[in-house]
Ligand binder design. Structure first.
Ligand SMILES: CC(C)(COP(=O)(O)OP(=O)(O)OC[C@H]1O[C@@H](n2cnc3c(N)ncnc32)[C@H](O)[C@@H]1OP(=O)(O)O)[C@@H](O)C(=O)NCCC(=O)NCCS
Length: 186
């Protein structure tokens, strides 16, 4: 399994995979927007080394693809949205989501010269995803209800300070004015 940055030419393949994972009526239109707005440097794919098939992806945007709750985020400086994380239905529950999310947060950490916040929206009924986010240090910030979001959801977030404590604790002395420091995944 190879985890690497998303390439521009792979956007159609991500959309095709996304249609196997996400709801057509509300999530696929957002996926299309996120694909046009996402940062390739901060978005990742997990690729099967034998078949070269994409099994999972993350998309990170610094400009949110949604209008629903964007006002809430405008007040938070240096903010990144984890707009999508998706694993092929046959590949779920095998640690791929964890690996992709760690790579993604590490990339944001390494590319950001100043403290940052990463946030996301998750349906309240999506217990598997919520467990994954909480395991990575995300906290539930607030609940959103229809019509703000199509389903009841949580906005969850993590600040880089907490990321250092929960994931990169061996590097708690890392300062943002030392961007060349090398971090490893734990
Ligand atoms: C949510 C998703 C990204 C998780 O990726 P994954 O590769 O399946 O998850 P992992 O195998 O890395 O598991 C990570 C943790 O998530 C939790 N988890 C994942 N799937 C779960 C499930 N079905 N039920 C309960 N917990 C689950 C577990 O706590 C697990 O940690 P553990 O193994 O240490 O207990 C993936 O299942 C997926 O793509 N789901 C459909 C799309 C989706 O819901 N995306 C998120 C939208 S906000």
């Amino acid at each position: 399994m190879l985890v690497r940055n998303l390439h521009l030419k792979e956007k159609d393949a991500i959309l095709e995979l996304g249609r196997k994972i996400f709801r057509e009526e509300d999530e696929i239109p957002l996926l299309i927007k996120a694909l046009s707005l996402c940062s390739l440097e901060l978005s990742f794919v997990a690729v099967d080394s034998t078949t070269a098939c994409i099994l999972g992806f993350t998309l990170v945007c610094s400009k949110s693809p949604t209008n629903y709750y964007v006002d809430f985020m405008k007040r938070i400086p240096n903010c990144y949205e984890l707009a999508f994380i998706g694993i092929h239905p046959n590949g779920q529950g095998k640690g791929l989501g964890t690996r992709l999310l760690k790579e993604t947060l590490l990339a944001i950490f390494q590319s950001s010269a100043k403290p940052f916040t990463c946030w996301l929206l998750v349906d309240t009924i999506n217990e598997g995803a919520i467990k994954l986010y909480e395991k990575m240090g995300f906290r539930r910030w607030c609940k959103t209800l229809p019509p703000i979001t199509p389903l009841p959801g949580y906005i969850m977030g993590i600040h880089s300070r907490r990321l250092i404590k929960s994931q990169y604790k061996h590097y708690a002395n890392v300062l943002y004015n030392k961007p060349q420091i090398h971090l490893v995944l734990v």
